[in-house]
Structures are given as structure tokens and as C-alpha cells.
Ligand binder design. Structure first.
Ligand code: AMP
Length: 398
């Protein structure tokens, strides 16, 4: 699966459109809490600038649902990018309005123009033709460096590629690096291979879980998604997050795990709270004894010990999704303990997903992991064996 290389394009003195993934986490004050995704894009941008290109950058941020919304402006990203590139970054007023199109058209060499949030346009997530075409009209070359969104058939990732032939489009350095790393993990994982899967919902990760089963030796579940499994096992989960319509699916996953001989671990205790708040009264209870009206917001200390024990002999660890509501200090301990253990292990450790990367950085362990992927959903789909819609048009042999 070889990708069209950026270095093979004849971009000297030309205009290049780079789809980046600047979808960074922010705190309640609008500060970027983890700028890994922005930092990771710098190599490709600088390469193009060194080739004397004019550079148009595009990204989404959050879910503004198809209309302009000040809350999701890329202005903080433009400021951070400016610091990292040590040069001016012009933020366009929109995505494909007349003023922005003109700015892109007249963009001089060595200048960087960042479009506003792509998802201010309803057509972005619909892979809309007209939007794709307008975006494509901005440059002579197209580069996709947005691994984190390459599993989506969106206008700036998928539709746009139709307007460039193979001499005029390529994967950026970040996309190439991510694809090559996951290629190795998929084709040749050193075993035992464990997946730690957390986060809020089963629904977002259901297919990934089903497809991961034949590939891994052990699965460890944490976060809100654990409660759908625990409820299916007949436990009283109180007011914890649960997806009742997925109880059958949860059973199916547990049955499949058993059939395939995959060890499937669920929390045995949790930190339960009276309400979803930092100042809530909380206590540690076993997974079978969550008081009604209380909600489990983190894995408990016995689960941490259990998971550590079972992870001891593992050679490859893939971690996607926090073990609890790590944004609140009180419910961050489970994720932090697992992060320390994963970081200290001699296994190849791969962290995927914005939240997981964010939490690993908060405890200063990002340098200790073998690889931190900028794409959670995308990396899961790759592990499922899918060809990503943003990557397929960039393969040398489609
Ligand atoms: P996801 O986007 O599905 O990966 O989920 C990440 C989010 O899950 C984080 O914002 C966490 O705060 C949240 N989360 C983790 N554990 C729980 C839990 N036990 N209850 C509710 N939300 C949770």
C-alpha cells in the first residue's frame, strides 16, 4: 500500500492546498491544551514553503454543524501556528466565500493562508461536489496531511481529490508516517497484543471492537462504555452512562471474545459519584455495588491492579479512549495510573485519539510512548483492515 509521495511532486513555486487536522482540544478558556496536531503538521508546511510555494491550509475544529460559529473559529490555531512556523499566518474570513477565494487566488509565494473552519460549510461532511470543487480551485496541488480525519469521506479529504491527477496530489509527511506505523502493527504485531479501549460510548467504537477481536489477545475496557457491558452482565450500574439499545451487541462482543479465546477484561470496581461534577461526593465501590442514582466516573484501584497484572506479559499495547472523566482531576486517577504503567512497560505502546493523547500529555508521559497517533477513529479503522476514504485516492496503485 504505497502512497503518492509529496517529495515526488513538482511543487516548486506553485500553490499548494494542504488539508491538515487542527482539531485540537481546548479548555474552558479557549486555550489549546494539546497542540500535537498542529506541531505534527509543521514538517509538511515548511517543506512546501522551502519549495517557494504559496500555502493554503484547511482544517475543521469541533462540530459547528454546518454554520459559522465564533466558538469554533480557527483563530487560536492560527496564532499557535504562527508561533510554530515563526511567520505570519493569515486567517481567512470564511471557507469558500468570494473574499476568501480571492485571497487564495492572489496568495503570493512564501505566504500562508488558513481557511476558516471547514465545518462552517454544511457541504464539508456531506462530501459535497460544489464545495470540493471550490476548495480544489484554490491551488494547483493537493496534499492530505490530516490522518485524524482520513476515515471520513468529507469534501476536503475525499471529494477534492477528484480534481487532481496523480502528478498533483500526495500524502503529507504526517499521513505517511501514521500509515507506515499502523501498517507494521497490523501486519506484524509482536504478541501478546492488547487493546485498551475506553471513552464515553460503545456506539462509536462498536465496529472497531468487533473487528479488533480477531487481531488482539486481550481487551481491556474502561470509561463510560464499560457500563453497557456491566449492565448486560446483570449488574446494577446506578445512573452510569449506558446505551440500552446496545446491550445485545455488548453480549455479542463478549461471546465473540470467548469464542476466539480473547481475554476480555471489564472494571471490577469504579469511582462512583452522586453527580457529574468535580465537587460531587464520590466513593470507591465494586462494579456490582454501584448505588442507584450514583454514576461510575472512573475505574477503581482494584481494576487498575487487575489491568496492570494482566498487561504484564503484553508486547504490544494499543490504547484508545480514557478510563474515566479525566478532564476532572477527581476522576483522572484511573487513566493516569494506566498511563504510567503503559509508559513504563517495555511493550510497543501506541496511543490513539485526541482525548487519550491529551490525557497522556497532561501527565507528561507523551515522550515515553512509542507512538502517539493524531487519529483515534482513523487508527481504529485501519486496524479493522479498512482502506480509508481519504487515503485510497492517494495510493500509487488504486
Ligand atoms: P470518546 O470521545 O468516546 O473517546 O470519549 C471521551 C470522553 O469520555 C471524555 O471526555 C471522558 O470525559 C468521557 N468519559 C470517560 N469515562 C466516562 C464515564 N465513566 N462516564 C461518562 N463519561 C466518561
Amino acid at each position: 500500500m504505497e502512497l503518492l509521495h509529496l517529495k515526488n511532486l513538482e511543487i516548486k513555486d506553485k500553490k499548494v492546498f494542504i488539508r491538515c487536522d487542527f482539531n485540537v482540544p481546548m479548555d474552558e478558556f479557549g486555550n489549546i491544551t494539546d497542540d500535537r496536531r498542529i506541531r505534527s503538521a509543521v514538517a509538511t508546511i515548511n517543506y512546501c514553503l522551502d519549495q517557494d510555494c504559496a500555502v493554503v491550509l484547511a482544517s475543521h475544529l469541533g462540530r459547528p454543524k454546518g454554520e459559522a460559529n465564533e466558538k469554533y473559529t480557527l483563530a487560536p490555531v492560527a496564532r499557535r501556528l504562527q508561533q510554530l512556523l515563526k511567520r505570519h499566518v493569515e486567517l481567512a474570513p470564511g471557507v469558500v466565500d468570494d473574499v476568501t477565494l480571492k485571497m487564495a487566488q492572489e496568495l503570493p509565494r512564501h505566504e500562508v493562508l488558513l481557511l476558516e473552519n471547514l465545518r462552517f460549510e454544511a457541504g464539508e461532511t456531506k462530501d459535497d461536489k460544489e464545495l470540493s470543487q471550490k476548495l480544489a480551485s484554490m491551488a494547483e496541488f493537493y496534499v492530505n496531511d490530516a490522518f485524524g480525519v482520513s476515515h471520513r469521506a468529507h469534501a476536503s479529504v475525499h471529494g477534492i481529490t477528484e480534481y487532481f491527477d496523480k502528478e498533483h496530489k500526495a500524502a503529507g509527511f504526517l499521513l505517511e508516517k501514521e500509515m507506515s506505523f499502523f501498517g507494521k502493527i497490523i501486519n506484524n504485531p509482536v504478541r501478546p497484543f492488547a487493546a485498551i479501549v475506553g471513552g464515553s460510548k460503545v456506539s462509536g467504537k462498536l465496529e472497531a471492537l468487533v473487528n479488533l477481536l480477531p487481531k488482539v489477545d486481550k481487551i481491556f475496557i474502561g470509561g463510560g462504555m464499560a457500563f453497557t457491558f456491566l449492565k448486560q452482565l446483570g449488574y446494577d450500574i446506578g445512573a452510569s452512562l449506558v446505551e440500552d439499545d446496545l446491550l445485545d451487541e455488548a453480549q455479542h462482543i463478549m461471546d465473540e471474545a470467548k469464542k476466539l479465546g480473547v481475554k476480555f477484561y471489564l472494571p471490577v470496581d469504579v469511582v462512583a459519584a452522586e453527580k457529574f461534577a468535580e465537587d460531587a461526593v464520590s466513593k470507591i465501590v465494586t462494579a456490582q455495588e454501584i448505588p442507584s442514582e450514583w454514576m461510575g466516573l472512573d475505574i477503581g484501584p482494584a481494576t487498575v491492579r487487575l489491568y496492570r497484572e494482566a498487561l504484564n506479559d503484553v508486547q504490544t499495547i494499543l490504547w484508545n479512549g480514557p478510563m474515566g472523566v479525566y478532564e476532572m482531576d477527581r476522576f483522572a486517577r484511573g487513566s493516569s495510573k494506566i498511563a504510567h504503567f503503559v509508559a513504563d512497560s517495555y511493550a510497543t505502546t501506541v496511543v490513539g485519539g485526541g482525548d487519550t493523547a491529551d490525557l497522556v500529555q497532561r501527565v507528561n508521559l507523551d515522550e515515553e510512548m512509542s507512538f502517539i497517533s493524531t487519529g483515534g477513529g482513523a487508527s481504529l479503522e485501519l486496524l479493522e483492515g479498512k482502506t480509508l476514504p481519504g487515503v485510497a485516492p492517494l495510493l500509487i496503485l488504486e
